[in-house]
Design a binder for this molecule. Structure first.
Ligand SMILES: Cc1cc2nc3c(=O)[nH]c(=O)nc-3n(C[C@H](O)[C@H](O)[C@H](O)COP(=O)(O)OP(=O)(O)OC[C@H]3O[C@@H](n4cnc5c(N)ncnc54)[C@H](O)[C@@H]3O)c2cc1C
Length: 569
């Protein structure tokens, strides 16, 4: 690792990032022998890769589709302790998550934003339930004491008028007062990608679109690496330790090594919907109760315009048992009705399915327990297990606690490495390890022209500006009505391993989540923009646009009112 420090050099902005070049990575995967190979490029896998690489271990990571294409791009995008887990007496989980929230704020200040959260107290027949007010007050103090204080602010009680200012679409006559507390938000897919790139800066060989099709084993049955399908060729990636971080697919990977399906995961679906901000007009996140259910939903503003207003608000999430195909969970009409019912019980603008501009549905990789509780009541703690072949599987957990999960996993890997005579730097370094773009970052004012790029690339925003100064047309918007620039799509291909149109529109940017219709309208132009970078023919560009449209049409048909997508009946 000598001389490979993350801040040792600033790459020339116009030069392709050699350390995150897929073909170079594929060559390394085939040629080198690693200490650890990680299966899965979600938040858990990339976290393990960064932890291992920064300890000086020779590290590889292979992802079946795209980074964060599983659950890690479909979360509620909160870096939080989880107020409701206190009610489930998961004090340790909340304490650890709030500690991790603080570390993430320090290590990725460009990506993680403090967000005030408001819990309105509404009256029923003009009366405030004393029980609810008391329980909320106690929860607020507990949250602060468990670690909420680390953000530098304690919770507050808001009077009716102040609460109304934050959500002027509330039914004023029913509003009594509110509680205000603080948590944080993050673009989950961008966090994941940034960690993957940081791991690569520390020497990890990282590649997407490399599904693991088998676990390589020696004559004793001990895992000696993985077999991946690299663009149609089977390649063995040799490693002393195999880590399975495949999320809801972890049992499928375990089945490759254990010759039986362990059936240890209980997938729980959660959906979100996006609506134009003007329908809600919340300037902070709001927690709203679901009528006739014990749950609450988050109503989160997204896409600041710099003048105190936002482009969108997203609302979620649900928490239901899921038995369908793991690869493509959909947000159904039933899910949408549930979310709209909760939203419309707390605001007066009457949001309908016609207002929805985007949706996403993800699966929580919850660890099965003997009890058949509701999925919402299952623990979010993680579990690290080593099977007879020596494959280490990490499951459960949360986006917020990925670093701690990764530390535990690499500690377990080190035990195996020590047994096999490999020495690494045993000490975990990720508690204080700035992610790419974090070193020296200073947040620009919200109305600064740099605000959008700074929040996505941190100090690396100059690399986008360099593309624009070489070709000013790249400074134009990528998708009408959204803040993303054409330069960001080029950068995504050259520096962030984007390989498909969907990579660019769903995860490198979040255009699909926030304005699916506009993203479909832009699909052909975006394919034509990135096509030459990826060596696509004109026919391949059209195929990409068509595949994207079809995927959006399936999503639309599954639940939203905008069942028609431009170009498709
Ligand atoms: C609706 C919802 C809301 C949530 N909200 C929050 C929140 O606000 N805050 C929070 O902290 N947490 C939240 N979570 C939890 C958090 O999102 C998950 O715990 C986390 O993203 C799981 O990450 P993972 O890496 O374990 O799984 P994944 O992100 O699913 O990653 C697993 C990866 O493994 C890959 N893979 C599978 N099989 C193979 C193979 N054979 N070869 C190679 N790769 C393979 C997959 O393609 C996938 O990319 C939420 C979860 C859901 C569902």
């Amino acid at each position: 690792m000598e001389g490979r420090g993350i801040h040792s050099e600033l790459m020339s902005p116009t030069v392709r990032d050699a350390r995150f070049d897929r073909s170079a990575m594929l060559q390394r995967l085939a040629e080198e022998t690693f200490d650890i190979v990680v299966i899965g490029g979600g938040i858990t896998g990339v976290g393990v890769a960064l932890d291992a690489a920064s300890r000086g271990l020779r590290t590889a990571l292979v992802e079946r589709h795209d980074f964060a294409s599983g659950t890690s791009s479909k979360s509620s995008k909160l870096v939080h302790g989880g107020l409701r887990y206190l009610q489930q007496r998961e004090i340790r989980l909340v304490y650890q998550a709030l500690h991790e929230r603080q570390r993430l704020r320090k290590n990725a200040p460009h990506l993680v934003r403090i967000m005030p959260f408001m819990i309105p107290i509404l009256t029923r027949d003009g009366v405030v339930s004393r029980k609810i007010a008391r329980v909320l007050g106690t929860s607020m103090w507990m949250y602060d004491l468990t670690g909420g204080w680390r953000i530098g602010k304690f919770h507050r009680r808001l009077k009716k008028d102040a609460a109304f200012q934050h959500l002027p679409t509330m039914p004023a006559e029913r509003l009594s007062s509110a509680y205000l507390y603080y948590d944080a938000t993050v673009d989950d897919a961008r966090l994941c990608l940034t960690i993957a790139r940081t791991a690569a800066e520390y020497g990890a060989a990282v590649a997407n679109r490399c599904p693991v099709v088998d676990i390589a084993r020696d004559l004793d049955g001990t895992a000696t690496g993985v077999v991946v399908d690299a663009d149609g060729t089977h390649v063995t990636v040799r490693a002393t330790v195999v880590v399975n971080a495949a999320g809801v697919w972890a049992d499928d990977v375990r089945a490759m090594a254990e010759d039986a399906h362990p059936d240890s995961i209980r997938p729980a679906k959660g959906v979100h919907i996006t609506v134009p901000w003007e329908k809600v007009r919340n300037d902070i996140a709001v927690v709203v109760p679901v009528p006739k259910d014990k749950r609450s939903l988050f109503v989160v503003p997204w896409g600041p315009r710099g003048d105190g207003t936002f482009r969108n608000t997203y609302i979620g999430t649900t928490d239901t048992d899921y038995t369908g195909p793991l690869d493509d969970p959909q947000c159904t009409k039933e899910d949408i009705d549930y979310v709209l019912r909760a939203l419309n019980a707390s605001i007066t603008t009457g949001v309908t399915a016609d207002d929805i501009t985007g949706v996403w549905a993800g699966l929580r990789p919850l660890v099965k327990t003997g009890r058949s509780a509701r999925t919402a009541d299952l623990s979010r703690r993680h579990r690290v297990v080593t099977d007879a072949a020596g494959v280490i599987t990490v499951t459960g957990g949360k986006l917020t606690t990925y670093r701690e999960m990764s530390e535990d996993t690499v500690d377990a890997a080190l035990d195996r490495l020590t047994q096999s005579g490999t020495s690494g730097t045993a000490k975990c370094r990720t508690k204080n390890l700035p992610l790419l773009g974090a070193g020296g970052f200073r947040e620009p004012p919200p109305d600064s022209p740099d605000a959008h790029l700074a929040a996505r690339y941190g100090t690396r925003l100059d690399e986008i500006y360099a593309l624009i100064s070489a070709d000013p047309s790249l400074g134009e918007p990528l998708v009408a009505g959204l803040a993303y620039l054409r330069a960001e799509a080029i950068y995504a291909v050259r520096n962030e391993m984007a390989r498909t149109l969907d990579d660019v529109l769903s995860r490198r940017t979040r255009a699909r989540l926030f304005d699916r219709h506009a993203s479909v309208e832009a699909a052909e132009a975006v394919a034509a923009l990135i096509g030459p970078e990826l060596g696509w023919t004109a026919a391949q560009q059209l195929q990409q646009a068509e595949a994207y449209r079809r995927s959006c049409a399936v999503e639309a048909a599954a639940g939203t009112a905008r069942a028609t997508v431009p170009g498709l009946a």
